[in-house]
Write a protein that binds this ligand. Structure first.
Ligand code: DGL
Length: 248
């Protein structure tokens, strides 16, 4: 009986679980929110790697036969170590720079992500592949994770926090904006209200869900289960996790 583990620093990874469940509705999932240590975005790569290993150990103890690192920051810091240290498949997040670069109409791509993701070699390497073809402008979504974790998705305060990081990308001319942190899709309705109507936002989660299906098939992990369920676990309080899960 296959169990798929999914984790994030908090509830943001639910935006990935939502997409996974659209194409794998019959699987068993264990979702772990490491919210006692959230946010990961400003912490060192060593710290995030240590937490990613501790969470993976816990997911393995719950029977996980594959793990989705539903966190861009943890993917950038830790996925190579996880793949080297554990004998199960891992699927991580990729900032969607490639689809953004091919979809932009004016050649300006915005990337919103955490500080940890933007400075990581993984992102820098991806970016350098497209730097000749398009102009890439970046901003840390300062305070976005805290808004989502406090379920403040739509207040005047949330709007001013989101404007602060989003408007510089719009002012720089970005017509396509990559959501490079799994918390940010929960702020998408607000972002769409702030941005001009022709700005497109790209969430890599649907592509990650499709990749998971391929990875499970290649690893011979059986799809489809007769007892689909989602177990929600967290290292801190679970209120936000439960509330956000109820709306995905
Ligand atoms: N949701 C995470 C990501 O995709 C982590 C955000 C944070 O903890 O700073 O990067």
């Amino acid at each position: 009986m296959a169990v798929i583990g999914v984790f994030d620093s908090g509830s943001g990874g639910l935006s990935v679980l939502r997409e996974i469940r659209k194409i794998l509705p019959d699987e068993r999932f264990v979702y772990f929110s490491d919210n006692a240590y959230c946010p990961y975005g400003e912490k060192t790569a060593e710290f995030v790697t240590g937490r990613s290993k501790a969470v993976t150990d816990l997911l393995l103890s719950k029977g996980a036969s594959a793990v989705v690192v539903a966190c861009n920051t943890a993917t950038a810091a830790a996925i190579a170590t996880l793949r080297a240290d554990y004998g199960i498949p891992f699927v991580g997040m990729e900032p969607a720079v490639k689809p953004a670069a091919s979809g932009t109409r004016n050649g300006v791509v915005g990337v919103l992500a955490t500080a940890g993701t933007l400075k990581a070699t993984k992102y820098q390497n991806t970016k350098s592949q497209y730097a000749d073809a398009v102009r890439i402008v970046e901003r840390v979504g300062r305070g976005f994770v805290e808004l989502v974790e406090s379920l403040d998705l739509d207040s005047p305060h949330a709007e001013s926090v989101v404007r602060e990081s989003l408007e510089p990308l719009i002012d720089a001319g970005a017509d396509t904006i990559v959501l490079g942190c799994t918390h940010y899709p929960f702020l998408l309705p607000l972002m769409k209200r702030i941005a001009p109507a022709d700005v497109r936002f790209i969430d890599p989660a649907p592509a990650v869900a499709r990749r998971l299906v391929d990875v499970l098939q290649n690893a011979g992990i059986p799809l489809s289960d007769d007892a689909p369920c989602v177990e929600l676990l967290s290292s801190g309080p679970s209120d936000t996790l439960k509330k956000l899960y109820s709306i995905i």
